[in-house]
Design a protein around this ligand. Structure first.
Ligand code: AMP
Ligand code: MN
Ligand code: MN
Ligand code: MN
Length: 284
């Protein structure tokens, strides 16, 4: 492996809201110079066996991965899990419960969009879904782009799918402590995903980081596709303050969507403990 290690520990396949298969992602990771990879589908670990095998074929080191949807302080927060035992039934059950409300939520999103003059959005979104239990907002966004309601996915989010907009349906996801426990009891490390995205007040953010630590969380994403260079430095400071290891991941979903490709990220700021140093024994 090269140094510094090119680790990309956050991306999505068509098992959740990405568009590539785990095998295609492994090929892309290899082509983009990734050394250490993890597939972190939302609330779903069904792609792990394929990802492990594809990483082996491509000569990549691999850590099992997932991104759990959590509700904290009335906000959706994402917790990435790395290096857990993907055969642990307690994790599988927790994720199944977390996914449970997605279909009724999506039906309601379709009803709300119909009221604003966009009929058939639920059925349209289903065409983009690779896993019926994991219907998510990007599937709606891709359909609304297809029918010409918006130019691109970010525009659909801005106009229809974020809080206060007509297609937004609030949802209660897993509890922070439960999500951290499902990951850590299977030998994994829990990581706060893209913290700058939540727009928390300093008090709320302090509460998130300290409760996360109390529950046994050990990592934070410092370098991600969602962070500016300044934000990366800010969360490097937070990693030091809270004694957390640092992770790095693109959050890649699909070619042509988003601005960061797999593995094309700045290095971690100096002086941090990389999260993979806690997971040497869990590496494939
Ligand atoms: P869901 O789990 O159904 O609420 O969908 C969340 C997903 O939507 C995230 O994981 C991102 O992939 C995507 N997403 C959320 N906010 C935005 C945004 N503002 N622009 C583009 N994609 C977004
Ligand atoms: Mn996503
Ligand atoms: Mn996320
Ligand atoms: Mn993600």
């Amino acid at each position: 492996m090269s140094f510094p290690l090119n680790a990309d520990l956050h991306c999505h396949s068509a098992r959740s809201d990405g568009t590539l298969t785990p095998t295609q992602l492994a090929e892309r990771a290899r082509a983009n110079g990734v050394d250490l990879w993890s597939l972190t589908d939302h609330d779903e670990i069904g792609g792990q066996p394929e990802a492990i095998e594809a990483a082996r074929v491509q000569g990549l080191r691999y850590l099992t991965g997932v991104e759990v949807s959590v509700t904290f302080a009335d906000t959706t927060v994402h917790i990435v899990g790395l290096g857990f035992d993907h055969a642990d039934p307690r994790l599988a059950e927790g994720l199944a419960d977390t996914r449970d409300g997605r279909v009724p939520r999506a039906v309601e999103m379709g009803e709300q969009l119909a009221k604003t003059g966009i009929p058939g959005a639920y059925e349209g979104a289903l065409k983009y879904v690779g896993n019926p239990h994991m219907i998510a907002r990007p599937h709606f966004a891709r359909y609304l782009v297809e029918i010409g309601v918006c130019e691109d996915v970010p525009e659909v989010f801005r106009k229809y799918l974020t809080e206060g907009k007509p297609g937004y349906v609030p949802h209660r996801w897993a509890r922070l402590g439960d999500a951290v426990r499902w990951i850590t009891q299977g030998g994994g490390v829990a990581v706060i995903a893209h913290p700058a995205r939540y727009k928390f007040t300093p008090t709320e953010e302090y509460a998130l980081f300290s409760e996360f630590r109390q529950h046994g969380g050990q990592g934070v994403e410092v370098v991600t596709g969602a962070h500016s260079a300044q934000e990366a430095l800010r969360y490097a400071d937070m990693a030091h303050e809270f004694g957390l290891a640092a992770s790095r991941g693109s959050d890649f979903h699909s070619p042509g969507e988003g601005h960061i490709d797999l593995g094309r990220l700045p290095p971690l700021p100096a002086g941090l403990t990389p999260v993979w140093s806690l997971l040497q024994e869990r590496l494939f």
